[in-house]
Design a protein around this ligand. Structure first.
Ligand code: NAD
Ligand code: UD1
Length: 351
């Protein structure tokens, strides 16, 4: 049986881009997703994009019987684990759902992996585990801080759970990938971020204004001690993240223990710089107004990602212009996300 990589949450934003990259690199993949924040249309788009059949199972990582069936039916040798909930404000209202999905879900997944003697795991963590950083750029040696919300704490708890697991049994090979701010979309315009409900992150909010669904962008705070008073973040193209997962996965085979890698560009941009950059690449003017600071926001952070450079041979390749161009291509081709027929494939030229 051909070796297979199980991708939990592979119908979602970052997972779908990673599926494309793994298939391109010759991996056989199996997607497990409960479609709580995605839809099966994204799998159809993946098939169109990769020109291959994507094996997909609709189901939940908290279903041990299903997991056992999957591990016995496929020759799985590694898991890339994206499945989880990620909306910060919702996590404050529904903390138990976040701990159940993100922490308990990972626990069930690891138990099923151990039963099946599968010990290679790549986990989606977040720069949120650093909390308010004592210094920037942030390197992995800084140590974790105090995340400001249940979502962030669920990521930190899961990192601790996985670290204890790897320390307890040397057969485990685990990568904790700490993403900074993923934006952008596949250059084809076929897959991208399609959040259910009202978006909270900067790029989805900004593109909602650009397509006319919102009148203006609210900029939270202009009195931070930053270049122009607005918050600074390390935005990274989702396809660069996907490449980071491929490199981490390849490194895990034959390795052991727990590894932590920051995935960021090492460059910070302010909210106003993002707005101006978007206007430059699209020619669309973005009306905005300043509002009070958003609770839980930190002034600035960006990554020192040199460890991933040294140990994985990975670095982000795409610049801010590409990130914003690709975000806009996805959004303008798919104004309703996946909930509409594929637009006239405007941007798939050359594919
Ligand atoms: P997403 O919501 O687009 O994808 C997550 C996928 O997991 C969805 O398709 C959802 O349906 C699925 N899912 C959720 N709970 C599940 C469960 N119990 N069983 C099976 N499937 C389940 O999110 P994303 O942006 O692609 O994020 C992927 C991972 O990366 C998440 O763990 C997220 O916390 C983490 N992360 C995301 C960001 C970001 O800004 N997008 C930043 C840092 C870390
Ligand atoms: C947020 C989460 C973080 C999570 C990450 C990815 C918070 C406090 N942090 O990071 O835990 O890992 O998303 O999901 O929610 N902004 C505006 N107007 C908007 C939207 C955002 O000015 O309409 C600003 C924010 O104040 C922030 C910057 O844009 O300064 C980036 O915001 P966002 O995209 O939400 O990411 P983070 O807050 O960095």
């Amino acid at each position: 049986m051909r070796k297979t990589t199980l991708i939990t949450g592979g119908a979602g934003y970052i997972g779908s881009h990673t599926v494309v990259r793994l298939v391109e690199a010759g991996h056989r993949v199996l997607v497990l997703d409960n479609l709580s924040n995605s839809c099966v249309e994204s799998i159809a788009r993946l098939e169109q994009l990769t020109r291959s059949q994507i094996e997909f199972i609709e189901g939940d990582i908290r279903d041990p019987l299903l997991l056992d069936e999957i591990f016995s039916a496929y020759a799985i040798d590694a898991v890339v684990h994206f499945a989880g909930l990620k909306a910060v404000a919702q996590s404050v209202r529904k903390p138990m759902e976040y701990y159940a999905n993100n922490v308990v879900g990972t626990l069930f997944l690891c138990q099923a992996m151990a039963r099946a003697h599968v010990f290679n795991l790549v986990f989606s963590s977040s720069a949120t585990v650093y909390g308010e950083p004592a210094r920037t750029p942030i390197d992995e040696a800084l140590g974790t801080g105090k995340p400001a919300n249940p979502y962030g704490r669920s990521k930190l708890m899961t990192e601790e759970l996985l670290t204890d697991l790897a320390r307890s049994d040397s057969r485990w090979n685990i990568a904790l990938l700490r993403y900074f701010n993923p934006i952008g979309a596949h250059e084809s315009g076929l897959i991208g971020e399609a959040p259910n409900g009202v978006p909270n992150n900067l790029l989805p909010c900004l593109t909602q204004v650009a397509i006319g669904r919102a009148g203006e962008l609210t900029v939270y705070g202009n009195d931070y001690a930053t270049v122009d008073g607005t918050c600074v973040r390390d935005y990274i193209h989702v396809s660069d993240l996907a490449e980071g997962h491929l490199k981490a996965l390849e490194r895990l085979h034959g390795d052991h223990g727990i590894h932590i890698w920051n995935l960021g560009t090492g460059i910070g941009y302010s909210v106003l710089q993002i707005i101006r950059g978007f206007e430059d690449v699209t020619g669309i003017s973005i009306p905005y107004r300043f509002a009070a600071r958003r609770e839980g926001d930190i002034a600035q952070c960006w990554a020192d990602a040199s460890k991933a450079g040294r140990e994985l041979g990975w670095s982000a390749q795409r610049n801010l212009g590409q990130m914003l161009t690709d975000s806009w291509r996805w959004q303008s081709n798919n104004p309703h996300g996946y909930h509409a027929p594929i637009a006239p494939l405007l941007a798939v030229a050359g594919k």
